[in-house]
Design a protein around this ligand. Structure first.
Ligand SMILES: *[C@@H]1O[C@H](CO)[C@@H](O)[C@H](O)[C@H]1NC(C)=O
Ligand SMILES: *[C@@H]1O[C@H](CO)[C@@H](O)[C@H](O)[C@H]1NC(C)=O
Length: 360
């Protein structure tokens, strides 16, 4: 059986609300890194540098400021496997803090080669993006100009939102055969960074809200125009027969989720881990707990392509959904934008960019 089929089975088992006689559509595709930079057009428009570093994936319209307009019309290329998706997705980077106090960025595992059998070659860094719907007429695709943020970069303790963001510790390379649905099982996934070395890397899943107020493309905190379902935040619960939306946010939107795997293999030597027994990884926000994991999103699918895919009643996964156009990783990898802030990104650094002088 193909790995992708196994994953699909695992997800369906892990989320029974997908069942019933409704269709089920899941886009799952890799997006290479567009740039690593210290800008954030959603939270800090016009600011370069912004407070912390991100890895950005998706279209080349990514900029210091991004107008509330149809991004697909501004972009000329995308790093994503679906070539009609000019959206931008960004998340915090992860750094290793050595015993001598210096930091090094932990690279992302190129994800696409692991599951998406229709692609050959590897993405440059990046992550995997999911869009899920319960089938025909179950969700309303985002409108041009739509954007949102999930998670709180300043959070340093459990918000009991493990099913919105979670980490998994892989015991062996290539997922170690472990493809259970993310953020569901409390023994498998944690809301904080894993506390022990992970030979196969650390995976992070970020599940965005699935309910919308039906009116606003954005809100002052970039969150209040969207909401998690009434039965509580739960990855994937906004689709299918489960996950009813609150009356304030009655419109079901696709379940968007990001999946990042960091290759920690060069940093698993306990002799270089903190002497107090804590773990050495830190988000670019200065967060060594992981509770502040967050994700940003600016919608940019061309025309009605996302709606068509979400409405695909056959219950599809991967490249055949809604007749979407695809591109190979080699093409996506070429879609890079220049870094706007000029500073060290990948060497050993005495302080994290933007965190100079902060107690850590
Ligand atoms: C980015 O924004 C600047 C103005 O802030 C503009 O001059 C430039 O053309 C934009 N780049 C892209 C690729 O849109
Ligand atoms: C700090 O430790 C790292 C990892 O052991 C090493 O590669 C680096 O050269 C050290 N830097 C300094 C300034 O000692």
């Amino acid at each position: 059986m193909l790995l992708s089929t196994l994953l699909f089975a695992a997800l369906v088992q892990g989320a029974p609300q997908f069942g019933g006689n409704q269709g089920f559509t899941m886009l799952r595709f890799g997006c290479a890194q567009t740039v690593i930079d210290r800008i954030d057009p959603l939270v800090n428009p016009g600011q370069a540098p912004s407070p912390h570093m991100h890895q950005i994936a998706g279209g080349d319209a990514f900029n210091i400021t991004m107008p509330v307009t149809d991004i697909a019309k501004l972009a000329k290329c995308t790093t994503c496997g679906y070539s009609e998706d000019f959206s931008n997705y960004w998340t915090a980077n992860v750094y290793f803090k050595a015993r001598n106090g210096t930091y090094k960025r932990v690279p992302q595992v190129p994800n696409r080669d692991l599951f998406n059998d229709q692609y050959t070659g590897k993405t440059t860094g990046g992550f995997v993006v999911y869009y899920v719907s319960g089938g025909r007429n179950q969700v309303t695709a985002f409108k041009p100009g739509f954007r949102m943020l999930t998670g709180d970069p300043t959070n340093r303790k459990s918000a009991n939102r493990k099913s919105q963001t979670c980490f998994r510790c892989y015991n062996a390379p290539n997922w170690g055969g472990d493809n259970a649905a993310p953020c569901q099982d409390r023994t498998l996934d944690t809301e904080h960074f894993p506390t022990k070395p992970c030979p196969g890397g650390i995976r992070s899943n970020i599940a965005y809200p699935t309910c919308w107020d039906g009116k606003n493309l954005d809100s002052p905190d970039h969150k209040s125009h969207v909401a998690y379902p009434v039965n509580g935040p739960h990855a994937f619960s906004g689709v299918g027969t489960g996950g009813a939306c609150p009356s304030t946010h009655p419109v079901k939107i696709p379940q968007l989720m990001l999946e990042i795997v960091w290759d920690t293999s060069a940093f698993n030597n306990r002799a270089d881990w903190p002497t107090d027994g804590s773990q050495p990884f830190v988000l670019s926000t200065g967060d060594n707990t992981g509770y502040g994991q967050h994700g940003d999103y600016v919608f940019g699918w061309e025309g009605d392509s996302l709606q068509r895919a979400m409405d695909d009643a056959r219950g599809c996964m991967g490249a055949s959904c809604g007749g979407l156009k695809t591109q190979q990783p080699a093409a996506g990898n070429k879609c890079v934008v220049p870094g706007r802030v000029h500073e060290e990104r990948d060497g050993w650094m005495s302080e994290l960019p933007g965190m100079e002088g902060m107690p850590m």
